[in-house]
Design a protein around this ligand. Structure first.
Ligand SMILES: [Zn+2]
Length: 99
């Protein structure tokens, strides 16, 4: 039952739309499977329709994650530089006041 529905979804996807077989590149456009298992007529590989995330989406998430990581590094460096500057200023102030 589920297979028939998936097969119908695949048929309507291929209806008027060119799509190469992932294995052999045969154009699966307008194929109908009826009650048969959906297979590529050229190589005999089984075909199915599925949901996937785009690779670009993953890259975007990864870039955001890395940017977040580098922000933490920038903050640590900024705090370190501020600490050094304050230490230098405190020493200069001590030298000027002569204590
Ligand atoms: Zn094929």
């Amino acid at each position: 039952m589920k297979d028939r529905k998936a097969s119908q979804l695949l048929e309507s996807f291929l209806d008027g739309r060119s799509a190469p077989c992932p294995d052999c590149g045969y154009d699966l456009r307008d194929l109908e499977f009826g009650d048969e298992r959906p297979i590529c007529p050229e190589c005999g590989g089984q075909i199915r329709i599925e949901v996937r995330l785009l690779k670009d989406h993953w890259n975007l998430r990864e870039r955001k994650r890395r940017r977040g990581g580098s922000l933490v590094v920038k903050i640590v460096i900024a705090v370190f530089v501020a600490f050094i500057l304050l230490t230098i200023l405190a020493n200069v102030a001590l030298m000027l006041t002569g204590r």
